[in-house]
Design a protein. Structure first.
Ligand code: NDP
Length: 255
């Protein structure tokens, strides 16, 4: 493999990686040579994902915790410290969607979506970056945004606010951490075939809208995000900081 993209000797944590985009990313980073840590909310599904990775010969471990819970995140990093595991690459991928017209939206639902999609990236990256700065070996932070980092749609206000926030939080991370050789960047996926979108895929009108709006005329697949993640996790992106790269089949490029 081209050394520029080689992740051997690196340890990558991908939040929300028991399934969906997160699983594709954790598997892709492992294939590029990284030791990987799987996360999700449930121990059973995390263990199952770790088993699938280990069966392919990858160096994988897992830990279930809620990325919105600061104490649980701190406990996870403390446990890795005790085991001598140093996280060099963090992918803040865990996220949820919740659809409701704004005038009917309860504050608790707004808060839950903001906490899971935006505040979690702050909580997890803070724990990781503090250690990266102390180790003086740099590091990589990759936040998962969305097309809604750029544009709004009806019924997903908190998700849109959170993903817009991810774009600016990524820049804030660069402003504070670039001088420590930490590159913080984001990926903005287009509409990707995962559980999160199953209801939309099953809706014939929405499916048609996706295919008609996108110059690629199709949904994306989770594995199509892997190349960008490996690039942003590797030495190949050593002077790339604060960017959000859209992997959307060209959607944002057209009218
Ligand atoms: P899925 O619903 O398929 O998977 C979400 C993952 O996040 C699951 O592993 C889930 O864990 C985990 N998760 C949710 N909440 C928490 C939490 N509090 N703590 C820890 N883990 C949590 O989603 P996708 O794979 O589709 O989405 C992944 C990311 O990509 C999200 O940030 C999403 O916003 C973003 N994205 C997705 C797009 C798409 O079209 N699918 C488009 C643009 C962005 P568990 O398995 O335990 O439930």
């Amino acid at each position: 493999m081209n050394k520029l993209f080689d992740l051997n000797g690196r340890t990558a944590l991908v939040t929300g990686s028991a399934r969906g985009i997160g699983y594709a990313l954790v598997e892709g980073l492992a294939r590029a040579g990284a030791r990987v840590i799987v996360n999700g909310t449930k121990a059973e599904t995390v263990d199952a994902a770790v088993g699938r990775l280990q069966a392919q010969g990858f160096d994988a471990r897992g830990r279930a915790f809620d990325v919105t819970d600061e104490a649980s995140v701190a406990a996870a990093f403390a446990a890795w410290d005790a085991e001598g595991i140093e996280v060099d690459i963090v992918v803040n991928n865990a996220g949820i969607q919740f659809r409701k017209p704004m005038i009917e939206l309860a504050l608790a639902d707004w808060q839950r979506v903001i906490d899971t999609n935006l505040t979690s990236a702050f909580i997890v990256a803070k724990e990781a970056a503090r250690r990266m700065i102390e180790r003086k070996r740099g590091g990589k932070i990759i936040n998962i945004g969305s097309l809604t980092s750029e544009g709004a749609r009806a019924t997903v206000a908190p998700y849109t606010a959170a993903k817009g926030g991810i774009k600016m939080l990524t820049r804030a991370m660069s402003a504070e951490w670039a001088s420590f050789d930490i590159q913080a960047n984001a990926i903005g996926p287009g509409y990707i075939l995962t559980d999160m979108n199953q209801a939309l895929v099953d809706n014939a009108d929405f499916d048609k809208w996706v295919k008609n709006s996108n110059p690629s005329q199709r949904w994306g697949k989770p594995e199509e995000l892997v190349g960008t993640a490996v690039y942003l996790a590797s030495a190949a992106s050593s002077y790339v900081n604060g960017q959000i790269i859209y992997v959307d089949g060209g959607w944002l490029a057209v009218l």
